[in-house]
Design a protein around this ligand. Sequence first.
Ligand code: FES
Length: 511
Amino acid sequence: MKITSLGHAGLKVETNNITLLVDPWLSPEGAFLASWFQYPSNEHLVTPALLQPTALAISHEHLDHLDPWFLAQVPPETPIIIPRYPSPILKQKITATGLKKIIEVPQWETVQLGEEISIFFVSEESPMNQDSAVVIVGDGEILLDLNDARLSVAQLCSIRTKVGGVIDVLALQGAGASWYPMCYEYSPERKQELSQRKRIAKFSYLERAIASVKPVTAIPFAGPPCFLDPELAAINSEMENGIFPDQQQVVDWLHHQGVHNTEILLPGDVFDVTQESKKADPIWSDFSFSDRNSYIENYAQQRTTHIANLKAHYPEPKKSLWEPFCEYFQSLLAMNSYFNQKIGMRVGFDITGAGGGKWAVDFRPGWEGVYNEIGECSYGYRFASRWLPPLLDGKLLWEDFFLSLRFVAWRNPDIYNDHLLGLLKFASPQSLQAVEDYENSIDAQQQITIHSEGQTYKVQRYCPHAGVDLQEVGEILPGGILRCLSHHYEFDLETGKCLNGKCKLLNTKRI
Ligand code: FES
């Protein structure tokens, strides 16, 4: 089996008779409102042959994995294999590209492509995060493509068991895909501290995943993106010491931890799994990650027109957006009372420019409603009015917009509110119900014993946030704090209170 990097998280997997493309992202307009661009550029890979694969597989609906520009050019009858999620968004986005043969499979169920390749997906446990690993068996060799999915140790071990023990290649995301903390109103020092913390947390996850999977070769991929719009250029500094490390930095860090079985693939590089060897694309003979600034400067000049064209698609509104805003959020408020109660705060929207205003949506029981004044909010978003009409009419999804980083957010208290993002991103009764059912099914009775600061505690085994096994991913911090390494929520062992997120209490008892 041969694996060619298509840049970012895109892979071409080939056997003698089959070519399978996974998460190809090659649009010259980048993704997320021309905010993210492939780094380095993969434009030289767009050829007629690439547009004629045997099949495609798409792991999830983020636009750096599901590229409508690319999919619209593939013959409409090409099979496209996707995981089945509670939310219809992934399928809807693919249908809109004109592809007709969508094969939607439950996780763990294998799809056979001829005799040479089989594929299955494994999804994150909570339906709040609809991300999946893609497992491909080609010519008897195994690729585990983790992309953005954070699977538990138990899931990783189950994959190894299902495929017979040895994973030849583990491809895993080295850079985050997030707007936190860059878009939040923190002081520059605080922002830097939070960015570094997030970078280290990501690195630690990689190390743990590699230790669990024990692959023959580990390949960090799926980022970082680069930012070519001058309005966003400052975010490129996140590559330095923030949430977007480049592949070389990830590999250097892993080497420092004693993990040496790594490989870096640039767009067009081919990894022969049988030979365990790489054939580099000659286009990169002069490329170095250390020349980042000059590379990005030059690249930005080539994309100026694409960025301007994108913005021209979103003109400033000509009339007030208050009424459509009000109608939209009233229908969202009526969708799922469990979510309203979990959000439990007033959320402000400061929409700047023509047609905008300062408005609020209150999710607190007794206060529920949409208000024509912003008032005292615990959470707030500020962004230009040109982005609001497509958000309200569903042409632009909230999570795609947040990933564009074209907004500012603030919050007080400074804690995560998962359910707010969940409501905005899913906005469908069936998806919200799936999350509610899952969260209500988390077993709070099973216990584990934890020692901290000379005390012993009995605490619930499964994290109250998204049900991951704390026996695997619990970390004891100084000060009697238990951190769940799955999403980094921290709990006070004395009270069970979550210190950095809006989350149920952890059942805990000192003994
Ligand atoms: S499962 Fe998300 S923080 Fe524990």
